[in-house]
Design a protein around this ligand. Structure first.
Ligand code: GLC
Length: 800
């Protein structure tokens, strides 16, 4: 990492001994003899920020990643000292800071177990070329420690033994070893001795993480400039670490409209209008549910953003309206590059207002993208963001487009070696002027933010929907994302699975891959297996480059169409379950997908698993990722699970073979779960849903489940007009009780629950609803374990 051999310089520099200490409410300052200051901020009892300067004072404290809505405040803060160290104690953590060299060790305050310890700790190297420092941190890597997180890295889930770079990069046809790719999320979770902690290195310069790669017992991170500035989160549960990080960098500002959780069909490009209609009509004809249809760059006039090719799309407003009447929401792409064209309104405005990025010596930042030579708005200027958001008025308010897809916002530049802006490009950085070295990693985030602001304004009273390719920590507040230009190979199915899980444990759950692969063409089998995985990804979209033939569910053969339809239908049935999980994510920061290690860190078998994951709280899924498979081996986590297809139960905690021919995949439901389901619809809102099915999976014991409902769009839910139903299932050998606790003012569309009981070990002889005996004939349908009850029941009691 760490030594620069090319330049004669001072090499690594280190803090000397602490000579002074100051406390300012929640901020503690430790001053060393050689002008280093450690500013330690107690954010919460389990969250501590460490920030270092080497010049005796700090720069303006500004971060795009941290949300103003982050929870702050602690129960306890005690500072004591001895001859050789300071002790900072909260109700969760004990921090020991060495007076000799400023090094930090962090302990669980309850039992004094060491969680994380500086190795060399903070050190730095002066940057000859750019000024400032290359800032470095090294930590001890503990025996058996594992590492997770870092956003979209396409390699093994467990980062141990690897080194990574963070530099948002357009990475067409990347592979497992490609690094870096599209996103920078400098947050990881460490797990050792059953306890998890997290580190978020909030530094937007190019940064690096080394997880015991260079040296077996050392993990380090460093950046090309800026401050050593990191947040430490303590679990000990991994889920709490991820929630803590998500709380700090932000949950999505609102729920997505429910339709955005449906199926999306995309290609580069569907045009002209007749082609778009042919696609949407075929979905309806073949009865394959679909909610969104995409317009890629060819809808524009010469790739000029906010224009239309009137030859292909003579009347976009009419087209979008007609699509909407058929249940399709139109999503349109918008890139950052603005074509240099004196006749083009957006270009003219940007130029007049001085909104485009410039080089260090004042020339415009000129770069080639799809439209040819372009200038690029400086989205790090709030005035530019405001202007950009206003550009969406016509597209959204007038034409009726429902979602916007931001692409190429790394920013990608063609035909240059580094694929992006040169380092010297200047940025406003919200009043903290800087070069592209510092702004690069957040450029795409700020574009997506400005786009989000536009959609929020003009889609009102509906909720916005945005997708972005580039992202930095915190981008999840504004937008969903996809994993960029992947390839139609089996390897990429594996990668897609990893990336969605990894993004979820990096605070960014609303993610999916280009299903089927963007480049090249999948076989029908690969496409089918990818759809099977895709139904469990929060963002569920087929996209392809279009160079290699068609990639719609019907372009392979009839069997593929049939199986794909069946799986998309499962997704539509699970919408209330997914929507509830999404609400939980928005409300608590709980990841929508949980890798097995996140689900059960106490089971060491999970630490190196990659394929299996939990969707929401109760569904275990494991995609088949090899050709010609009739099933696969998978690890079923501890506990009892129901096979989704057969209701057979298995006891987990072991690896097992699971049959899964091409029309199936391994899906299990946790015992005790109550899974809410919709009837199949062709699109969200197609049907008036007066009944929700509750699939109840018997358990001897207790289990909680939740159902969240609202109007599926709009902001009323933020004013209390939602319905939150907590179900508590209690199973005994001869009875099953479901208690319901209701909250919220929303009157749901549905009036009844159809309760389908799986795995009941006894025959129902008696049913009580809210302590009233109800005749069996009235409730039990078709001699099966199916009962219809009023949605507002408080207690349902089934007895032998
Ligand atoms: C980029 C995007 C891809 C899009 C294409 C054309 O390659 O990643 O999704 O289809 O540009 O706009």
């Amino acid at each position: 990492m760490i030594t620069n051999t090319e330049l004669e310089n001072k090499g690594n520099l280190f803090p000397s001994k602490i000579v002074d200490f100051k406390k300012d409410v929640d901020q503690l300052y430790f001053y060393t003899d050689n002008d280093v200051i450690l500013q330690l901020t107690v954010v919460r009892d389990s969250v501590i920020r460490f920030r270092y300067t080497t010049v005796g004072n700090f720069d303006n404290d500004f971060s795009y990643a941290i949300t103003k809505y982050a929870n702050k405040g602690y129960n306890k803060l005690e500072i004591t000292g001895s001859d050789d160290h300071y002790l900072v104690i909260t109700s969760k953590l004990k921090c020991v800071i060495s007076k000799e060299n400023l090094s930090v060790s962090i302990f669980d305050v309850k039992d004094d177990v060491l969680i994380n310890k500086d190795e060399i700790g903070f050190h730095w190297e002066e940057s000859y070329e750019f000024g400032g420092n290359i800032v470095k941190m090294s930590k001890v890597s503990n025996d058996g420690e594992s590492y997770y997180g870092l956003g979209d890295k396409p390699n093994h889930l467990n980062l141990k033994g690897k080194r990574y770079t963070n530099w948002v990069t357009d990475s067409y046809a990347y592979g497992k070893e490609t690094d870096p790719i599209y996103k920078t999320i400098p947050f990881y979770t460490g797990l050792h001795h059953g306890r998890a902690y997290g580190i978020f290195f909030d530094n937007t310069f190019q940064s690096y993480f080394d997880f015991a790669n260079e040296r077996r017992n050392v993990t380090s991170f460093w950046a090309q400039g800026g401050e050593m500035n990191y947040y430490f989160f303590y679990g000990p549960k991994m889920n709490d670490v991820v929630e803590g990080y998500t709380d700090l960098t932000g949950k999505p500002h609102q729920l997505p409209p429910m339709w955005a959780l449906g199926f999306h069909q995309c290609k580069w490009s569907y045009f002209p209008e007749a082609k778009v209609k042919e696609i949407t009509k075929t979905f309806r004809k073949l009865q394959i549910p679909c909610d969104a249809i995409y317009l890629d760059i060819d809808y524009m006039d010469g790739f000029r953003c906010f224009t239309w090719n009137k030859e292909y799309f003579p009347d976009p407003k009419r087209m979008v309206k007609e699509l909407a009447e058929d249940g399709f929401k139109t999503v349109a792409i918008i890139d950052p590059g603005i074509k240099i064209d004196k006749e083009y309104r957006v270009f003219k405005e940007g130029l007049e207002k001085d909104y485009f990025c410039k080089r260090a010596d004042g020339a415009y930042m000129k770069g080639k993208v799809w439209p040819g030579e372009c200038y690029f708005p400086d989205y790090t200027n709030p005035e530019v963001r405001e202007w950009w958001s206003g550009l969406f008025k016509e597209l959204i308010e007038d034409i009726g487009v429902k979602g916007v897809w931001n692409d190429m916002n790394e920013p990608a530049v063609m035909e240059v070696p580094n694929k992006t802006f040169p380092d010297d490009v200047r940025h406003d950085y919200d009043g903290n002027p800087c070069s592209h070295r510092k702004a690069h990693n957040i450029y795409g985030m700020q574009m997506a933010r400005a786009t989000y602001q536009g959609l929020k304004k003009y889609a009102y009273p509906k909720r916005p929907f945005v997708i972005t390719r580039a992202a930095y920590s915190g981008t999840q507040r504004y937008t969903s994302s996809w994993t960029g230009d992947n390839v139609a190979t089996w390897d990429h199915l594996w990668i897609a699975n990893i990336q969605a899980q990894r993004m979820a444990m990096s605070g960014f759950s609303f993610v999916g891959s280009d299903i089927g692969g963007f480049a090249e063409q999948p076989s029908g089998e690969l496409f089918t297996r990818w759809i099977q995985l895709g139904i469990f990804h929060p963002f569920f979209r087929v996209h392809s480059s279009g160079d290699h033939g068609e990639q719609e569910p019907w372009t392979f053969d009839e069997d593929v169409t049939k199986i794909v339809r069946k799986f998309i239908e499962i997704r539509y049935q699970l919408l209330p379950y997914l929507y509830t999980a999404f609400w939980n994510y928005v409300d608590h920061g709980t990841p929508l997908l949980k890798s097995l290690v996140l689900y059960d860190q106490s089971d060491v078998q999970t630490h190196y698993r990659t394929d299996e994951f939990i969707f929401g709280e109760h569904i275990l899924a494991c995609p088949v990722q090899e050709p010609n498979a009739k099933g696969r081996r998978m690890y079923v986590p501890k506990g009892k699970w129901y096979n989704f297809w057969t209701d057979e139960t298995v006891k987990g905690g072991k690896e097992m073979w699971v049959d899964a021919d091409i029309d199936s995949m391994p899906i299990y439901i946790k015992e005790g779960a109550i899974i809410p389901k919709y009837p199949v619809q062709q699109y969200v809102g197609e049907k008036n849903i007066d009944q929700i099915t509750l699939d109840v999976y018997y358990k001897e014991g207790v289990e909680d489940s939740v159902l969240f409902s609202d109007a599926n769009d709009g902001y009323d839910y933020t004013k209390g007009r939602y319905s939150l139903r907590n179900f508590k299932l209690t199973g005994r050998s001869k009875e099953l009780i479901i208690n319901q606790h209701k909250e919220g003012k929303y009157i749901t569309e549905y009036n009844t629950f159809k309760i389908v009981i799986h795995g009941l070990p006894f025959t129902i002889k008696e049913i009580e609803v809210d302590n009233q005996n109800i005749s069996l004939e009235q409730l039990i349908q078709n001699g099966t374990h199916t009962i219809v009850v009023d949605k507002n029941f408080s207690e349902l009691h089934l007895k032998e």
